[in-house]
Design a protein around this ligand. Structure first.
Ligand code: NI
Length: 131
C-alpha cells in the first residue's frame, strides 16, 4: 500500500543556462528565460510505502520531513539562488529529481516511491528514482 501526500510551495525561477548564448537561451526557454524571473505555485506529491501499522504516524513523520527538507528550503525563495541549482537549470525535471534526492535519505519508517511536481496547469513532472 502506498500513501501520497500533497504539499505546496511558492518560488521564483528563471530558466537560463550560462553555457548558451542569449539568443540560444531565448530560443530554448522562451518566456521562461525572462531576466526578471517569474513565480510558480508548485504542488508536490510525495508517495511512500510503509510497512508500519498506523498511517497517521507515517503521515506525521512525512509531513515533518518534507517540511524541514523541502518546504523550508524552497518556499518563497528564488530557486536559481539555491546551491543545488548552481550548475543546472531550474526545470521541473531537475526540481523533481532534486526533491527526490533530498527526501530519500531522510525518510525513516517509509520508502520513497514517487515524487511528482506540478509546475503549471499543464506541466507535471514525476520521478521514481533510478531504474
Ligand atoms: Ni517557470
Amino acid at each position: 500500500m502506498t500513501i501520497t501526500r500533497r504539499y505546496r510551495f511558492c518560488a521564483a525561477h528563471r530558466l537560463h543556462s550560462d553555457s548558451l548564448s542569449a539568443e540560444e537561451n531565448q530560443r530554448v526557454f522562451g518566456k521562461c528565460n525572462n531576466p526578471n524571473g517569474h513565480g510558480h505555485n508548485y504542488v508536490v506529491f510525495v508517495t511512500v510505502t510503509s510497512d508500519e501499522v498506523g498511517e497517521m504516524a507515517v503521515i506525521e513523520r512525512l509531513d515533518q520531513t518534507v517540511g524541514e527538507t523541502v518546504l523550508a528550503r524552497f518556499d518563497h525563495q528564488d530557486l536559481n539562488s539555491d546551491p543545488a541549482f548552481a550548475n543546472r537549470t531550474t526545470t521541473g525535471e531537475n526540481l523533481v529529481k532534486l526533491i527526490w534526492d533530498l527526501l530519500a535519505p531522510k525518510l525513516s519508517g517509509a520508502r520513497l516511491n514517487k515524487v511528482g511536481v506540478v509546475e503549471t496547469r499543464d506541466n507535471y513532472f514525476e520521478y521514481v528514482g533510478e531504474a
